[in-house]
Design a protein around this ligand. Structure first.
Ligand SMILES: [Zn+2]
Length: 261
């Protein structure tokens, strides 16, 4: 038996990090002078890395598995030089080595499981995003229909009733969201502007809720005016005719229309 064959099993153990003590020292000494065993050790280490990183499954690459089995099969036959304690030591370390390999496979299996859980999360998020996109598109359509200049706005009233200025406020106080649509507004006098006011339920001072000018057909919209405080319950809305810069703390101009919430 050549020296390499004697060291074949120890090479597998060394690659697994399970070779210690005198045996390790002896093998390392042999490796210094034996390119063939050094090459085999590199192969074994490469196979270990492949096993640990394999995404193909918890099965080791066939090539590596076969070579490890071959290494075990080359276990020295009982000879006069083979004392019983040596054989017993080898079997124990071999079992330890395979236990290490099994542990690596279990890590791979666990990683694959986690990967699967992550994939499920990604799918759920993608579904939620799809739903949000649909909701956003619907919201955009509603707002666009209410506010686009090219949107046809038709006011329907009882027959033979002269058209009066009118407005509709849609107010969602929990979302701090306000959409106001007005029609049949008289053209603005010079240096004047229309202003929308929110009268709080708690009797507090009226809150300025947006300045607006009607278009040529007398239509106007106010969408989510800036500076609206959050969560205020509305008792009423009103529109006044104010100086061109608007009023901030309270309405000073003439009332145009109003309505209780
Ligand atoms: Zn050798």
């Amino acid at each position: 038996m050549s020296a390499h064959e004697q060291f074949a099993e120890d090479l597998a153990l060394l690659a697994l990090g399970a070779l210690q003590g005198e045996d390790r020292a002896a093998l390392e000494k042999h490796l210094e002078g034996c390119p063939a065993c050094r090459l085999e050790l590199e192969h074994l280490r490469g196979d270990m890395a492949l096993m640990a990183m394999s995404s193909a499954g918890p099965k080791p690459p066939q090539r590596s598995r076969q070579r490890l089995l071959d290494a075990i099969a080359k276990e020295p036959r009982a000879t006069a030089a083979d004392t019983a304690p040596t054989r017993s030591r080898f079997n124990w370390w071999a079992a330890f080595g395979w236990a290490m390999a099994l542990a690596m496979f279990l890590v791979v299996v666990q990683l694959r499981r986690e990967n699967s859980v992550l994939k499920d999360s990604v799918n759920t998020l993608a579904q939620m995003m799809g739903q949000s996109t649909v909701e956003l598109a619907n919201a955009k359509r509603v707002v666009e229909t209410l506010t686009a200049p090219e949107s046809q706005t038709v006011t329907l009233v009882a027959a033979k009733t002269p058209l009066q200025p009118q407005g509709k406020a849609f107010y969602l106080r929990n979302k701090n969201s306000l959409v106001f649509v007005a029609s049949n507004l008289a053209p603005l006098p010079p240096d004047k502007i229309y202003e929308l006011w929110l009268f709080p339920q708690n009797g507090g001072a009226p809150i300025a809720a947006g300045l607006f000018k009607p278009d040529a057909r007398g239509n106007a919209t106010v969408v989510n005016p800036p500076g609206l405080p959050a969560g205020v319950e509305a008792k009423a809305f009103a529109v006044t005719l104010e100086p061109a810069a608007g009023s901030h703390d309270s309405p000073r101009g003439t009332g145009v229309m109003q309505g209780g919430a």
